[in-house]
Design a binder for this molecule. Structure first.
Ligand SMILES: [Zn+2]
Length: 140
């Protein structure tokens, strides 16, 4: 995948989304905890929006929160937007791709330094691309 080229283009909707990806991205659904292989992804690389290919996170800010969802302490600057979500009794801060509006997850105040934030992301809403294409996860 040529991510650099895609980044320069106008927002593109991915026509090949799975039903679960549509549920998360378009209907603010939440995947089952522990269901995403990205929970165990530790290679250097970039996490792109599954809906449009915008870069949202890098492996440098990923950490193991133990929550069952891929977690980051900071997004790539300007890549996401937030809004307050009143779906539960306690308001949560929802965040989504700034380019296509696709829902990604929620941000909480119990993350590690330096931000103290936890971006709790649905794995199906992300596409991971390792820096080194020959660095296969199976080798770890
Ligand atoms: Zn997007």
């Amino acid at each position: 995948m040529d991510s650099q080229k895609r980044d320069e283009n106008a927002p593109q909707q991915n026509p090949n989304l799975t039903p679960e990806q549509i549920y998360v991205l378009r209907h603010e659904g939440t995947e089952r905890p522990g269901s995403s292989p990205l929970n165990y992804e530790k290679r250097p690389g970039t996490y792109y929006c599954a809906g449009c290919g915008a870069p949202l996170f890098t492996s440098a800010t990923k950490y193991d929160s133990g929550s069952g969802w891929p977690s980051f302490y900071a997004p790539i600057e300007g890549s996401i937007e937030t809004k307050v979500d009143y779906k539960l009794l306690v308001p949560r801060t929802e965040y989504h791709c700034a380019r296509c509006g696709g829902h990604q997850g929620h941000v909480f105040g119990d993350g590690p330094e330096p931000t103290g934030l936890r971006y709790c992301n649905n794995g199906v809403a992300l596409t991971f691309v390792p820096d080194d294409p020959e660095d296969t996860a199976a080798e770890r």
